[in-house]
Design a protein around this ligand. Structure first.
Ligand SMILES: [Zn+2]
Length: 202
């Protein structure tokens, strides 16, 4: 109860600073539950667990990582980055594997959100553009998952490319993810990642 109360106060403060819809539609999860779920995720999602702990310890641009539980049956995807340096993670995705979100995909999502964070931290508010922001996030996830592939694990890079292709085929041009992907898939950089996978990931 005490933990929950403290978490709620912290969350309300963060909400006031951040003002993101993901945050407004969710409740913060108490630290006892978060620790329990994270401990279990070491076995269930070992790559996510490893990368999560690495970035938490080494990425100085991250201010807070907040685990949330969306209200009712809302689902806004596994994670979201806020413009003030906070990352929100829907704890459901670590409690049980969700369709299309296995360990490899969670690594991709994590680096996509970190990419957003880097965009927010390096591009002044007046110069920000939703499509550029998504492009930056996708490119960051590709850079980081290729680093993993260079070290011998191609799966996160492969799964990232696969879902980028699928999402690029959407007709929803209101969605900046879709617009960014339609552009990216015609670029040389994307082809070079595909070529890399073909040659290096057997
Ligand atoms: Zn995004």
């Amino acid at each position: 109860m005490h933990f929950y109360f403290r978490a709620t106060i912290l969350f309300v403060c963060i909400l006031l600073i951040n003002g993101g819809s993901f945050a407004q539609m969710s409740d913060a999860v108490d630290s006892f539950t978060v620790n329990k779920v994270l401990t279990k995720s070491e076995k269930k999602f070992p790559k996510f667990y490893r990368e999560f702990n690495y970035i938490k310890a080494n990425d100085t641009l991250i201010k807070n990582i907040i685990f949330v539980e969306p209200k009712k049956s809302l689902d806004n995807g596994p994670a979201k980055a806020g413009p003030k340096g906070n990352i929100f993670i829907d704890i459901k995705y670590l409690e049980h594997e969700q369709p299309d979100f296995d360990d490899d995909r969670l690594v991709v999502v994590l680096y996509h959100e970190i990419g957003h964070l880097h965009y927010f931290m390096t591009v002044p508010v007046a110069d920000r553009d939703p499509e550029e922001n998504e492009k930056y996030a996708f490119e960051y996830s590709l850079t980081k998952t290729k680093e993993l592939a260079d070290k011998g694990d191609c799966k996160p890079l492969k799964v990232g490319l696969k879902f980028m292709k699928i999402r690029s085929e959407s007709d929803n041009l209101q969605d900046p993810h879709v617009r960014a992907l339609k552009k990216m898939l015609n670029e040389q950089q994307y082809s070079s990642y595909m070529e890399y996978v073909k040659l290096q990931c057997k």
